[in-house]
Design a protein around this ligand. Structure first.
Ligand code: NAD
Length: 325
């Protein structure tokens, strides 16, 4: 296998001042990319701002001999998103790679979520994907090449109590990326979603209150976390994220999970189902009820109901593949 490099590539990583984004930026630069390190520098719940987070990562990259510039705009506004991409165009004349990664949490029960907990979360996850994605896509389309990675979450794909706001914003990445992948296919643009798993400052924003939901608490208690040990550092997510934005990757229109060293495709699938036999006559509710078992039948798929169930599936895979005893 030839070494995968990003020589002559220009990458933008949003929210790259901490956690996952920081490691993506460092590794992209190590492998030759010129990197725009964007970060507003706020708290784990999206309050405040500081230029130091982005600047520190830029300095780290430069000290190691790499090329990077800082951008401290918020991606949660149209002007901010445009300015992030403009930094790449002004500095290096192009953008090849966008990793839309910035984000934060504001957890609460579904019935208690306020606009202060809903709007900023939708803005930083869903709308920001448009605000940075659209100007990046336009430049990529003109150049005939682009790699876009949107950051989703297992909390959205499988569900996580007390995160309805976050799951709504993150779940939208699926539809958005699917369409970007389809429209972009004519212009050399690929788009995928990755669901990362890492210990980061967002853990401080998790509230144990969600354990009050018996089913959820049961999933958590039953979860087999044995694969997680030592594998929850951001560095375990970077190889898949960077492969997906490399020239070597031809996959597009996909969703991929990075779960403590287990890398797997995640997909929405439609089962064979039941076909109504009555010609032009629609079936009755009772027809549906009596065939509901066949409609629901999926075959041999793993269907996590929470991120904790997914841990257990990852451990099962690790045991089957001899990685765990
Ligand atoms: P983190 O808090 O360490 O890093 C996120 C960064 O985004 C921070 O540096 C923050 O300042 C920046 N940011 C926030 N709002 C911004 C804005 N408006 N404009 C620009 N920058 C902004 O968190 P992380 O764990 O590295 O998370 C990175 C991404 O991965 C997030 O989108 C998060 O929702 C997602 N994610 C994380 C996990 C996990 O287990 N850590 C799981 C699923 C998804």
């Amino acid at each position: 296998m030839d070494k995968i490099t990003f020589e002559d590539r220009v990458a933008v990583v949003t929210g790259a001042g901490n956690g996952l984004g920081r490691d993506y930026a460092l590794e992209l630069a190590r492998r030759g990319a010129k990197v725009v390190v964007n970060d507003l520098g706020g708290s784990g719940s999206g309050e405040g701002a500081s230029a130091s987070a982005a600047q520190a990562v830029v300095e780290e990259i430069r000290a190691a001999g790499g090329e990077a510039v800082a951008n401290t705009n918020s991606v949660a506004t149209r002007e901010g998103g445009a300015a992030v991409i403009q930094t790449a165009l002004d500095t290096w004349g192009k953008i090849d790679i966008l990793i839309s990664n910035a984000g934060f949490l504001r957890n609460n029960r579904f019935e208690d979520l306020t606009d202060e907990q809903i709007d900023p979360i939708i803005n930083v996850h869903l709308k920001a994907a448009f605000y940075v994605g659209q100007p990046a896509y336009r430049a990529m389309r003109a150049a005939g090449y682009g790699r876009i990675l949107f950051t989703g979450s297992a909390s959205a794909m499988f569900g996580h109590a007390w995160q309805a706001n976050y799951a709504a914003g993150k779940g939208a990445m699926l539809g958005l990326s699917n369409v970007v992948a389809l429209e972009g296919s004519a212009y050399g643009i690929q788009s995928n979603v990755m669901l990362p798993t890492a210990s980061s400052r967002l853990e401080a924003e998790m509230t144990p209150g969600f354990m009050e939901i018996p089913q959820f608490a049961k999933s958590f208690e039953k979860a087999d976390f044995s694969i997680a040990e030592g594998r929850v550092v951001p560095e375990f997510n970077t190889p898949l994220a960077l492969y997906l934005v490399s020239e070597a990757c031809t996959a597009t229109h996909g969703v991929y999970s990075s779960n403590c060293g287990r890398y797997a495709r995640v997909r929405i699938c439609a089962a064979e189902g039941w076909v109504s036999p009555a010609g032009d006559v629609p079936p009755t509710l009772e027809d549906i009820a009596s065939h509901f078992g066949q409609i629901e039948e999926l075959g041999d798929y793993s269907e996590p109901m929470t991120p904790y169930d997914e841990f257990t599936s990852a451990v099962k895979a690790a045991r089957k593949q001899g990685v765990l005893a």
